[in-house]
Design a protein around this ligand. Structure first.
Ligand SMILES: [Zn+2]
Length: 300
């Protein structure tokens, strides 16, 4: 049995994967306090619950989180206890187990390559578009992490083919400017709408307004289509994947799956494109299930 834990700000989700590739147990626990001791305590409780349900739990577990990676900044609006922390070392010391740590984008990438839209794909790329932007790449259903473990960190690469005004005042929390996280995160989209209207709406309200022919909301979503189009075109030119999968709350916009591929011809090196764009599984436990796959099969 292989355990995956997904630390998702106010909640930690857990999923168990058996040797046959079936998910046999899942659980979740809310974080009571944004302190490392509470986070470790809850992870420990979930490991105990998993062991009670299935005593043959493997020694190694896998965890996904938005921060707590050594030498990398953590999102300022995420868990404060992860800022500057070595989450993997903390978990290993607290749980007495070997821990593999990866980003939500890498967890999503693994889930989709094993069980979702990329299960028949030799090469697949995932973009996780939520509070922040993460990504992942799988080759032959194995996660490719790279020399520094950051393959798929598109959130902190520049927006592709920017027009001049897109380079202005886009300070990113990573300390740089012009990162994709400023454009393709939920906060980035909401700020785009707010800058024009002086009113802040969430993604659902912007989508509803666009459907009701609100010109600003429609325009903001059209710009989003174009920016995701340029981003995914850059990914195709780099990796030429069979499929690109969009996950996270922003990926719930159905318009993206028609509009984004229409942007590709202007940016791709080929005339006839074979890469598909697909929506990720939106299940609450998708990331926990995906990261459990890293416990059964180490990354390349
Ligand atoms: Zn950045």
């Amino acid at each position: 049995m292989y355990l995956g834990l997904s630390i998702e700000n106010s909640v930690i989700n857990a999923a168990l994967l058996n040797d046959g590739g079936d998910f046999v147990w899942q659980d979740s626990h809310s974080l009571d306090h944004d302190i490392m001791s509470n986070l470790l305590e809850i992870c420990g409780a979930l490991v105990v619950n998993a062991t009670k349900a299935h005593p043959d739990l493997s020694e190694s577990i896998a965890v996904s989180a938005q921060g707590g990676f050594v030498g990398q900044p953590s999102p300022p609006d995420g868990l404060k206890c992860l800022a500057g922390a070595d989450l993997r070392a903390n978990l290993q010391a607290s749980l007495g187990r070997s821990v593999a740590l990866a980003s939500p984008g890498q967890a999503l990438s693994l889930y989709e390559s094993r069980f979702g839209a990329a299960k028949d794909s030799a090469v697949a790329c995932a973009l996780y578009l939520d509070n922040h932007v993460f990504g992942g790449v799988t080759f032959g259903q194995k996660l490719w992490r790279g020399a520094n473990g950051i393959v798929g960190a598109w959130g902190h690469t520049p927006l592709a083919w920017p027009v001049p005004h897109e380079l202005d005042e886009r300070d990113c929390w990573c300390g740089r400017s012009g990162c994709l996280d400023c454009f393709l995160s939920l906060g980035g989209l909401e700020t785009e709408y707010q800058n024009i209207t002086q009113t802040r709406l969430d993604i659902k309200a912007i989508a509803v307004a666009a459907d009701a022919n609100d010109l600003v909301a429609s325009s903001v979503l059209q710009v989003l289509d174009d920016r995701i189009g340029r981003t995914t075109a850059m990914i195709i030119n780099m990796f030429d994947p069979d499929v690109i999968i969009l996950g996270g709350r922003l990926a719930g916009l159905d318009r993206l799956y028609q509009n984004v591929p229409r942007k590709w011809p202007g940016y791709l090196l080929v005339e006839r494109n074979e890469t598909k764009l697909q929506k990720a599984n939106q299940d609450t436990f998708t990331l926990a299930k995906g990261i459990a796959c890293l416990a059964i099969d180490p990354a390349i």
